[in-house]
Design a protein around this ligand. Structure first.
Ligand code: FAD
Length: 420
């Protein structure tokens, strides 16, 4: 990991950072990708396939630049947030997205805040290199918005835990090596107090992953069944029965990612930004339509505001100021804005959005226009990472200080709460 690291540290000046990062780009980013960078993201995508990027990614990870504020031993460069901002400015035109977003945004915050040093050293370096991919197994068929009511059981057996139960909506579990997972370790106390946070190796006996196909035809998420899965106590993050607190770190990271201010980025939530819509309106002769112009300006303006807000939140996060419950505001706005952008894109496509020629393999999903796929994917934006309704509750209670939502079972032992 150290051999291909960029030679920067906390003593590096702004000029050192610009020079070294520039030299690294020149030496390590393939020439065709560099040449496309001035023309923007779409031009880069045209010459850079997903497979080529995946194959090249270890070079980025080993440079330390992908997580430059992280300590060197976890895969970073130990730069200050201010130094990292300079490095990010130089990297930005090359659109070098971070792989393993659930690992970076959901797992890592929990490990940083509540993991042991041994756990960080074990899990973070391969996570950064994308050698071990991560997913999140929190939601269950009977526990989504009310996550704390979850029923997966974990019982202790010597130095091990035995987990049984079902998870659902586990994004990328079918292509992940590890999952963060919440399980009930004490049913005799109120729901939030009897949960423990674990790491589950998805390759061990007793784990069954069943994929679900979504409306756009692709497979992203899964049901995961655990049947007496044994995991070592060393894979418990935080104290026994304190998992709800640890989960808070993961959920705040997730909301930040879906809001676009985390390293997942906006383009992971479906469709394209408003700049593409402007081109589409020109190409389709809809440019002169007053209604289209108004809508375009509205989403364009909001997207810029969202982008600037995300930059500020992201810079604060790199400087150690985490948004906490305020992350919910960005999450609500990004999800709802993206849905409006993708609906407008579909509208601009006209009848082509309603029917399209079948692909060679006659698969309706594979030949679906990009805009339609983006619009369908965006329907999930107001659900994933906590629904808009639930995030509005969080903002009301924790940001505005309004009265708490009533919960007659708040202090009732979990095992006594009526369940369907
Ligand atoms: C694309 C996608 C990816 C996902 N990936 C993951 C993942 O990787 N890992 C994971 O663990 N989970 C994942 N989820 C699950 C997601 O977190 C849940 O779907 C979400 O929390 C909502 O839970 P639910 O689906 O059970 O809906 P429910 O909780 O049953 O909600 C149903 C409806 O009731 C409303 N509602 C519920 N409670 C309240 C309330 N108190 N006040 C007002 N309205 C309320 C909701 O807003 C919603 O409209 C994913 C979901 C999606 C769509």
């Amino acid at each position: 990991m150290t051999s291909r690291r960029v030679l920067l540290d906390r003593s590096s000046s702004a000029l050192d950072i610009r020079t070294r990062v520039g030299e690294w780009i020149e030496a390590q980013v393939p020439e065709a990708w560099r040449a496309a960078a001035p023309a923007g993201r779409d031009a880069i995508r045209a010459v850079r396939s997903r497979e080529a990027y995946d194959a090249w990614y270890p070079t980025f990870a080993e440079s330390g630049l992908a997580v430059s504020t992280w300590p060197v031993e976890y895969g970073g460069l130990d730069l200050t947030p201010e130094q990292a901002q300079i490095s990010e400015q130089i990297l930005a035109p090359h659109n070098l997205g971070r792989l393993n977003p659930l690992g970076l945004n959901n797992t890592a915050p929990a490990l940083f805040l509540y993991g042991t040093e041994a756990q960080r050293l074990r899990f973070l370096p391969p996570l950064v290199r994308n050698e071990e991919r991560w997913c999140q197994m929190f939601s269950e068929p009977g526990a989504g918005s009310d996550l704390a009511s979850l029923a997966m059981r974990a019982t202790r057996d010597g130095d091990e835990w035995v987990l049984s139960g079902q998870k659902v909506w586990s994004t990328w579990a079918h292509i992940s090596e590890f999952a963060v997972c919440l399980a009930r370790t004490d049913p005799s106390v109120p729901k939030r107090r009897g949960i423990t946070y674990f790491v589950v190796d998805l390759r061990v006996p007793g784990v069954e992953v069943r994929s679900l196909r979504h409306i756009g035809g692709e497979i992203d998420f899964n049901e995961v069944f655990l049947d007496d899965v044994r995991i070592p106590d060393a894979f418990r993050i935080g104290a026994e029965n304190d998992g709800w607190r640890v989960a808070g770190a993961t959920l705040a990271g997730e909301r930040q990612m879906v809001s676009g201010s985390g390293s997942g980025g906006v383009d992971r939530i479906g469709g394209a930004g408003s700049a593409r819509l402007v081109r589409l309106a020109r190409e389709n002769g809809r440019w002169a339509d007053v209604r289209v112009r108004q809508e375009l300006m509205r989403v364009y303006g909001e997207e810029r505001i969202r982008g600037w807000t995300n930059q500020r939140v992201s810079a604060n996060a790199k400087a150690g100021v985490h948004p906490g419950p305020a992350a919910s505001m960005g999450k609500i706005h990004q999800g709802e804005l993206n849905q409006r952008i993708q609906l407008l894109a579909t509208d601009l496509l006209g009848v082509d959005a309603a029917a399209w020629p079948a692909g060679e393999d006659e698969s309706w999903a594979a030949s679906m226009p990009f805009e339609v796929a983006g619009m369908l994917r965006s329907r999930a934006n107001t659900i994933e990472g906590g629904t808009s309704e639930v995030n509005r509750n969080i903002v009301g209670e924790k940001v505005l200080g309004l009265a708490r939502e009533p919960d007659p079972y708040r202090d009732t032992p979990w095992q006594e709460v009526p369940r369907s």
